[in-house]
Design a protein around this ligand. Structure first.
Ligand SMILES: [Ca+2]
Length: 91
């Protein structure tokens, strides 16, 4: 579990390339590279754009670390729902 968390944090830091936030092209790269197996629309640029918009709480066009964590939380939740075989398990 610790290594999984490290992966979550390091993936973000690497994708940021020294900046504080992920811009849209870095975000798109991160999603298609790291989340292609878990997200159906990871390769669709319009879907990724929509997703980024949904995550962008302060509407600055970038994905901050806390906005990124919302995505991770969302993915973890949908994963647990799949594992449990019900849509109500983690709500
Ligand atoms: Ca933002």
């Amino acid at each position: 579990m610790e290594s999984a968390l490290q992966t979550v944090v390091m993936s973000y830091i690497k994708a940021c390339k020294g900046k504080e936030n992920l811009d849209s092209s870095s975000f798109k790269k991160l999603v298609s590279k790291q989340l292609g197996g878990i997200m159906e629309d990871a390769d669709s640029s319009s879907a990724v754009k929509e997703m980024q918009k949904g995550l962008d709480e302060n509407s600055d066009g970038k994905v901050s670390f806390s906005e990124y964590l919302n995505l991770i939380g969302y993915l973890a939740k949908s994963l647990s729902q799949k594992q449990c075989g019900t849509t109500e398990a983690a709500s």
